[in-house]
Design a protein around this ligand. Structure first.
Ligand code: C2E
Ligand code: MG
Ligand code: MG
Ligand code: MG
Length: 288
């Protein structure tokens, strides 16, 4: 009897695995098709230097333009892409598209901007990451200093290999930002060792700086700590004048958020950047 039950359990188990891998295969197929059909698009969100009063960069943010569902946000498919491994191909497409786009804007005569690209965990640990990025820079002609890679603290868990990858990336001349900073568990010692240029304060802290003094303290501490470590600090998710004023007061270097601009279609970027730079320079219709 026990034997029979054991066998049934095995059957049940393998049936579940079957269903699971079938669902994964279907998802993978859908994402692969989306990539082949060119259904992914990148939108770009401006980042402003608070002291220099100008737009210094844009972050590229992926969307899936699906015929049936319309625009699908990255949180809805990036985790699945990561699970199935397709993130590697999608991530390569993102890097190439963003670099090509930035080169195009420079050729159009826009003030040079750094383009930020989010890297996923799997992508970060791909053995050919460095070669892939170097090849894209050569192919598109973009100078490495105009590309910034955004990584998260969770990728630093395997500190030794992460540090090695970061040094290789720095060697080819690209910039590094730590995204969603404050959500993970980076020790100060790690942060000091890591060759990163930017800390991006997670928007959850920024959201509440106008209401809770606790988050005010956290944000002020992150800014001061970033500066001690000789890193530039950028706040994301800035939506209000009050948030901006607090960040300015605490010497935050850059800001990104709806208060400046939402992520926009690349076709609008030349106009948006021009308009924002005008307003930042003139102080006539001041944003700050
Ligand atoms: P993230 O890199 O932390 O990007 C910031 C997110 O906050 C973006 O959401 C952006 O649209 C949103 N945001 C910016 N300013 C504001 C604001 O003032 N208020 C509010 N409420 N939200 C703001 P989005 O575009 O939905 O992207 C979500 C996440 O998906 C990103 O978080 C990033 O982790 C991931 N992601 C986006 N594009 C890519 C990509 O190309 N590759 C990978 N691996 N991940 C990506
Ligand atoms: Mg990001
Ligand atoms: Mg973030
Ligand atoms: Mg995020």
């Amino acid at each position: 009897h026990a034997k029979r039950q054991g066998k049934n359990n095995v059957q049940l188990y393998s049936k579940q695995i079957d269903q699971l891998s079938k669902a994964n295969l279907e998802t993978e197929m859908m994402l692969r098709k989306a990539l082949e059909r060119g259904e992914f698009v990148l939108h770009y969100q401006p980042q402003a230097d608070v002291k220099a009063r100008r737009i210094t960069g844009v972050e590229s943010l992926i969307r899936w333009h699906n015929a049936k569902e319309g625009m699908i946000a990255p949180d809805k498919f990036i985790p699945l892409a990561e699970e199935t491994g397709l993130i590697v191909a999608i991530g390569e497409w993102v890097l190439r598209t963003a670099c090509k786009q930035n080169m195009k804007w420079q050729e159009m005569g826009l003030p040079p901007m750094v383009i930020s690209v989010n890297l996923s965990v799997r992508q970060f640990f791909q053995p050919d990451l460095i070669e892939m990025i170097s090849a894209i820079l050569v192919e598109t002609g973009l100078e490495p200093e105009y590309l910034e890679l955004e990584i998260t603290e969770s990728m630093m868990m395997n500190m030794d290999s992460a540090e090695q990858i970061l040094h290789q990336l720095k060697a080819i001349g690209v910039k590094i930002a730590i995204d969603d900073f404050g959500m993970g568990y980076s020790s100060l010692n790690y942060l000091k060792r890591l060759p990163t240029d930017h800390l991006k304060i997670d928007q959850s802290f920024v959201r509440d700086i106008s209401n809770t003094s606790n988050d005010q303290d956290i944000v002020a501490t992150i800014i001061a700590m970033g500066h001690t470590l000789k890193k530039k600090v950028i706040a994301e998710g800035v939506e209000t004048k009050e948030q901006l004023q607090f960040l300015q007061e605490k010497q935050c270097d850059e800001i990104q958020g709806y208060y400046i601009s939402k992520p926009v279609d690349p076709a609008y970027i030349p106009w948006v950047i021009h308009e924002l730079n005008e307003r930042l320079r003139e102080k006539a219709k001041p944003i700050f």
